[in-house]
Design a protein around this ligand. Structure first.
Ligand code: GAP
Length: 435
């Protein structure tokens, strides 16, 4: 990460290059809601693929779920969200601005208008409520899920009885979550509609602490593997009074954002709170039988939960680099090839060479590589465009290529150039993708 990276620079790059747009921008925007453009949606997909691959790499059994976004009222009553999932809200009586009271100092005047005239602090419910069907009454209320985890808990028995998994095992899910944040802020950091990647690992109570440590290490390794600079990452244990109502221990994996160290991922020991609650509220038995001890028990859970969008933002901050090349400031995203939305750009040196070089592009695309073909503008400008979107390799086809069947590969970070034979390109790209 460049020391001079700012949120404004990231927001501007995201819009300019088609990573992220404000939702409903032509109608002056929807606060805390974003749309992902062509490069952004690819980057998001790469993040999710990396997460899935990482879970599948371990020796633990992990199965996947795609639960519904709409959740029945009872689910959120059982989970405790209906009563507890709220943030402390305060209004400025002078300028009418709203704040999370834990974001500001109530001893001081309003940061917006400079007058000190606060209302009392009250709890503001974060769940979005909606009605199912045409008749509006209490029993039709449903909620947009504020976390994906609950669909995992309510399907625990379904998964157990329909697959071959046995305790200990994990159920993982990627999906949308919704929170009516009082003050959505810092771009993708705190949104109202976002995506989570969550994994609930079910185990015996006596093994939970051990699995908690295993998962902290696994998750840190994941961040290393996708290329984050580990000097910008630290872990922080939650103090007792900070723990969520369901959790006995929690570690935040924090990233050093320009606005300070903040949570990237939460790893929590949720005890058997959720399954016990759902068993109590639904009247269904959610225990499993321990063959060794010959008794039933309700499994305990270690949870790893990270926002796709928050990780997206983290990766952009971490990769953003400004350096001087030929007397000009060059902006590049030093994303790992695994994560970069485009792996290679094919650039004919002149438009006369397009016909030959597009064959390379077609071939790579057909074989599943994420490639771009770019023939417009000077070669210098095209390099800069690719650097700015994080493309690790530019492949230039020049007049000599017609004779020797070779192309020039330019590395985004070192700017080193090497000439390789066209039939070696796939091998080269596979190599950098699997590093
Ligand atoms: N199931 C546990 C849970 O939801 P959380 O700490 O509230 O815990 C987990 O959320 C992760 O989801 C966070 O670490 C963050 O990466 C992401 N996240 C939470 N709220 C978010 C928001 N408003 N906007 C973007 N990402 C968010």
């Amino acid at each position: 990460m460049s020391s001079n990276v700012t949120l404004e620079k990231i927001v501007s790059l995201c819009k300019r290059r088609g990573f992220v747009y404000q939702s409903a921008e032509i109608y002056s925007g929807l606060n805390g809601v974003y749309d992902f453009g062509p490069l952004g949606s690819q980057l998001k997909q790469n993040i999710k693929n990396a997460w899935i691959q990482d879970l599948n790499r371990g020796k633990e059994d992990i199965v996947f779920l795609d639960g519904s976004i709409l959740g029945a009222q009872q689910v959120w009553q059982a989970s405790g969200h209906a009563d507890n999932f709220s943030d402390p809200l305060v209004d400025c009586q002078n300028c009418k601005k709203r704040f999370r009271s834990d974001d500001i100092n109530l001893e001081k005047p309003c940061p917006s208008c400079g007058i000190k005239k606060w209302t009392d602090v009250r709890q503001f419910k974060l769940m979005f409520e909606t009605q199912l069907g045409a008749v509006s009454n209490e029993s039709n209320i449903a909620y947009l899920r504020p976390e994906t985890a609950q669909s995992i808990f309510i399907n625990f028995k379904n998964v157990l009885s329909s697959t071959k998994v046995k305790i200990p095992f994990g159920i993982a899910q990627i999906g949308k979550a919704f929170r009516n944040e009082i003050t959505p802020k810092q771009f993708l950091f705190r949104m109202r509609e976002f995506e989570q990647m969550e994994m609930e690992f079910f185990c015996k109570g006596e093994d939970a602490n051990n699995f908690f440590d295993i998962w902290v290490e696994r998750r840190l390794n994941f961040y290393k593997n996708i290329g984050l600079n580990m000097q910008n990452i630290k872990t922080r244990h939650h103090a007792q009074d900070e723990l969520a109502h369901y959790s006995k221990a929690c570690i935040d994996v924090e990233y050093n954002f320009p606005f300070g160290f903040k949570e990237l991922e939460g790893i929590a020991y949720r005890t058997n709170f959720d399954l016990s609650q759902h068993a109590k509220f639904s009247g269904k038995d959610l225990s499993v039988f321990d063959d060794e001890k010959k008794e039933s028990f309700v499994p305990h859970v270690v949870e790893c939960s990270v926002g796709v969008d928050r990780l997206f933002l983290t990766l952009l901050f971490d990769a953003y680099t400004e350096d001087e090349v030929e007397g000009e400031i060059r902006t590049s995203l030093r994303l790992s090839p695994k994560i970069a939305p485009v792996t290679a750009a094919i650039l004919p040196l002149s438009k006369n060479l397009s016909e030959n070089s597009i064959k390379i592009y077609d071939h790579l695309k057909k074989n599943g590589f994420r490639v771009q073909f770019d023939e417009s503008g000077s070669i210098g400008k095209r390099y800069r465009r690719q650097d700015e979107i994080g493309t690790p390799v530019c492949i230039t086809y020049d007049f000599e290529s017609i004779e020797d069947n070779k192309v020039t590969l330019r590395d985004r970070d070192s700017l080193k150039q090497e000439r390789i034979s066209i039939d070696q390109i796939e091998y080269y790209l596979n190599n950098i993708l699997n590093k």
